[in-house]
Design a protein around this ligand. Structure first.
Ligand SMILES: Cc1cc2nc3c(=O)[nH]c(=O)nc-3n(C[C@H](O)[C@H](O)[C@H](O)COP(=O)(O)O)c2cc1C
Length: 322
C-alpha cells in the first residue's frame, strides 16, 4: 500500500473509478482534496472539452487526479491531457500502443492499466504499466472482466509478483470489502457506484436513489443497453427496460421491444432512446428509471447519498475498525 500512496502522492488507497458521463469536476476535486484519488473519464471528450474540464478541475484542486481512456474508443484528448500536465493516465478495455506509452512517458506521467487475468496483467507489465487495476465481474458500468474479483485478483497479483501495485475493483463499498481485498494482497481499492451515489456526482437524483434502494440481486450483467457501445457487457439495475427485454426473450438489436421508444431528452435537448448506453445525469428529463442505471454489486452497502469526502472518511474509519 505504501508504494501506491507514494507513487500517486495520496493519503488513502482509495481510487474513484472513472464513471463515464456522470463524473463532474466537483466530484473529482472532492475525492482528491480529501486525500484519495479522483479520476476524470475523458474517453468521449474532444481535446477542447478535455481542456475545459481539466482547467476547471485544476481550479478546484491542486492535488493529483487521473484521466481515464477506454481504449475501445480513440483517445482523442490524450495528448492535450498530457500537455495540460495531468500526471496519471489510466486505461481500460485494451492495451495502449507502444507509441502511446512512449508519449505518456515523455511527459513523465504514470500509467495505470485495467486488467482482468494473468495474461492481461503480464501484457500490461511488459508495456510499461506503473500500476494495475484488477476488475472483477461484480463491477458496475461496463465490465471488461470475465472472472469474479476473488478469482482474478490472486492471478493478477501472482503476475505482478510484487513489482507494481495492484488495485481491486468491482463490488467494493464498505470497510469489510476493503479489508477483504487488502488482505488478499491488493494495494488499494477502486470504487465507482459508491461515488455515483455522492452529492457531487452528476448522476440524476432518481438514479442515485435507485442505487440506494437496490441490493446486489437487483443488478444484472447483460448486453442489453448497447446503443452507443455494442458488444460490451455491463452491469446495471434490473429496471423496467431490462425486464421488458428479458421477458421478451432477450432479442437481438433491431427486434427488441420498444427499440425506438424515446425515453426523454438529454441536457442538450436531444432524444434519449431506450437501450441507449448513456446513464441519466442531472438535467435529463423523461422516464429516468427506464434509462441505463449502471450499478455494481456494491449497491448492497450503498445506503445513503453523501459527500465524497464523507464517503472516503467513513469507509476508511469502517476499515480501520474492522
Ligand atoms: C456509472 C459508471 C460509469 C463507468 N464508466 C467507466 C468509464 O468511463 N471507464 C472505465 O474504465 N470504467 C468505467 N466504469 C467501471 C468502473 O471503472 C469500475 O470498474 C466499477 O465502477 C467498479 O465497480 P463498482 O461500481 O461496484 O465500484 C463505470 C462504472 C459506473 C458505475
Amino acid at each position: 500500500m505504501k508504494e501506491l500512496l507514494e507513487m500517486l502522492n495520496i493519503d488513502y488507497p482509495i481510487i474513484q473509478a472513472p464513471i463515464g458521463g456522470v463524473v463532474t469536476t466537483e466530484l473529482v476535486a472532492a475525492v482528491s482534496n480529501c486525500g484519495a484519488l479522483g479520476g476524470l473519464a475523458l474517453s468521449w471528450s474532444s481535446p477542447e472539452d478535455a481542456e475545459i474540464k481539466i482547467k476547471q478541475l485544476k481550479s478546484l484542486t491542486s492535488k493529483p487526479f487521473y484521466a481515464n481512456f477506454v481504449l475501445n474508443f480513440e483517445p482523442k484528448a490524450l495528448k492535450r491531457t498530457l500537455e495540460l500536465d495531468v500526471k496519471i493516465i489510466q486505461f481500460s478495455w485494451g492495451m495502449p500502443s507502444i507509441e502511446l506509452v512512449d508519449l505518456i512517458k515523455s511527459f513523465n506521467a504514470k500509467i495505470g492499466i485495467q486488467v482482468t487475468d494473468k495474461e492481461s496483467a503480464l501484457r500490461a507489465m511488459s508495456l510499461g504499466a506503473d500500476y494495475l487495476v484488477c476488475q472483477g465481474t461484480q463491477a458496475g458500468g461496463h465490465v471488461q472482466a470475465s472472472k469474479t474479483l476473488e478469482k482474478a485478483l490472486p492471478e493478477v497479483l501472482q503476475a505482478a509478483n510484487g513489482k507494481m501495485p495492484v488495485l481491486a475493483s468491482g463490488g467494493i463499498s464498505c470497510g469489510n470489502d476493503i479489508k477483504k481485498f487488502l488482505v488478499l494482497g491488493a494495494s488499494g481499492v477502486v470504487m465507482g457506484s459508491r461515488f455515483v451515489a455522492s452529492i457531487e456526482s452528476g448522476a440524476h437524483q432518481i438514479y442515485k436513489e435507485n442505487l440506494v434502494n437496490s441490493n446486489s440481486d437487483d443488478t444484472v450483467l447483460t448486453v442489453c443497453m448497447n446503443k452507443g457501445w455494442d458488444n460490451a457487457s455491463h452491469r446495471i439495475i434490473r429496471n423496467t427496460t431490462f425486464k421488458m427485454w428479458e421477458s421478451d426473450g432477450c432479442a437481438k438489436i433491431g427486434n427488441r421491444p420498444g427499440e425506438f421508444d424515446i425515453l426523454g431528452k438529454n441536457v442538450s435537448g436531444k432524444n434519449i432512446e431506450r437501450y441507449s448506453f448513456s446513464a441519466p445525469v442531472s438535467g435529463v428529463s423523461g422516464n429516468i428509471e427506464a434509462m441505463t442505471l449502471y450499478a455494481g454489486t456494491s449497491v448492497n452497502n450503498i445506503n445513503n447519498i453523501k459527500s465524497a469526502s464523507d464517503i472516503v472518511k467513513d469507509i476508511w474509519d469502517e476499515y480501520l475498525n474492522k
